[in-house]
Design a protein around this ligand. Sequence first.
Ligand SMILES: *[C@@H]1O[C@H](CO)[C@@H](O)[C@H](O)[C@H]1NC(C)=O
Ligand SMILES: *[C@@H]1O[C@H](CO)[C@@H](O)[C@H](O)[C@H]1NC(C)=O
Ligand SMILES: *[C@@H]1O[C@H](CO)[C@@H](O)[C@H](O)[C@H]1NC(C)=O
Length: 508
Amino acid sequence: MKTVIFWICVVSSCPGLARVGPAGRQFPPDFLFGTSSASYQVEGAWNEDGKGESIWDRFVHRDPPPAKDGSTGDVANDSYHKYKRDIQMLRELGVNTYRFSISWTRILPTGFSNYINPLGVQYYNNVIDELLKYNIEPIVTIFHFDLPQSLQDLGGFANPLIEGWFEDYARVVFGLYGDRVKKWITINEPRETCSEAYGTVTSAPGLNFSGFADYLCAKYVLICHASAYRLYDREFRASQGGEVGIAYSASWYAPATDSVEDELATELKRQSELTIYVDPVFSEEGGFPAELSTRIAQKSAEQGYPFSRLPAFTEEEKEFVRGTADFLGVNHYCSFLISATKNLQENPRVPSLADDVNVGLVIPDEWPHSALSFMARSPNSLFNVLSYFNARYNKNITYYITENGWAVDEGLEGDRIANYRDNLEGVLDSLDAGIRVKGFMAWTLMDNYEWISGFSVKFGLYRVDRSDSELRRIPRETAFVYKEIIKTRQIDHNYYPTTKEMTIDDGL
Ligand SMILES: *[C@@H]1O[C@H](CO)[C@@H](O)[C@H](O)[C@H]1NC(C)=O
Ligand SMILES: *[C@@H]1O[C@H](CO)[C@@H](O)[C@H](O)[C@H]1NC(C)=O
Ligand SMILES: *[C@@H]1O[C@H](CO)[C@@H](O)[C@H](O)[C@H]1NC(C)=O
């Protein structure tokens, strides 16, 4: 059933290898197709109209600047001023949904709800109303990495009081926008919010407090999520009738060999990167995964700590967090093989996640590789992730693919196209298997500020003509392919935009 086809390329870039599924399969009529973005990566206007400072504003203004190319998101895509242009691109693509995030400090410049910034409020009203004018459903992420610096100064997600601050913020945004927004994502990527940001220096706030602050964050970020979900239940669900979920970065981890050691290593890796954040919300028992908890408690004891560095949930907290999601958002990019013996990190920092769970990553050469060294993918990885969740939680979970995309250098557009086709075939495979996937959001609309990679990494369906004084946006081939899939609701592996279609003046 799974055949691999080769292309005869007539255009600059070759679609490369793409897996072709059974013919004639269609996405259901109510399936949502969209693109995803994050406030800090596109808005710019970092200190305009009363916006407060976020941890990303503080981080990128460090000396020396942390981004590889020294860039910042001060201007980014200027979406704060050019949202109508963004929505014009969404209309060209024919999507019926757009996922974006709210910048906490644009709404609450102090981080607290003592003062609500009217110009910040107006901006998101404008975006939402413009989307709805064109029947594009807003899916709103309440938090996507840009925590108020004021709250970080008080410990951020390592301080249990964040629960109340987050709930206050969520109450403000549900109240302001919930009449029109019916799908909410509380937290984007708990793993990335905590692991690198609190454990290393590669993501704001760059706390570099590994094996400790990252674990505190893991607990309190999930309590924040649950708090917002329960708030919605108490005060908004009856009148607004929306759904509230959470979005996880979900890579696929599989054992490098069928040895018992590699199987165990894989389970521990999944627990430490993935289910540590998913189990507390979706498992029956609640709380952090068992083997990981035991491992970190043992390590902590050996290191002389009188407590586990991974703070367990109390029974009451388990109950509070358990079952608090109407859907599971999946941000899927990468796959890894896990080995108990190969490629182990030598002398990992102590304490750290890498020391607590030291397993090796193997990325086979034959997998498709993106422009980011860690980003490669195995066949069927998205289907595998969704099947894994359904099996682990033994539940009929509703999924949205809240992010999927591929970073490539100019000239390798065929690789990006193959990524989208493969993953969308994975969505169809999942639907065939009875897995409830309700939408797919491409990462991302246009090249944007890619965190510590700055502008060097390009995920956009659109690129920008830097030689044009208006910085004209130009759809890449992938944009045409995505548009065709959305229009026909099926994946035609033979479709490729003609040179005429791709002339700039015709647009999309
Ligand atoms: C988006 O922002 C990045 C950073 O400023 C820039 O490199 C890119 O060209 C912008 N793209 C568009 C479409 O404006
Ligand atoms: C991060 O912490 C490690 C271990 O303490 C240290 O070696 C390293 O220099 C720190 N990095 C920065 C940028 O402070
Ligand atoms: C899952 O839930 C949906 C909606 O409630 C329902 O239509 C479907 O039959 C369920 N599937 C299974 C396998 O229970």
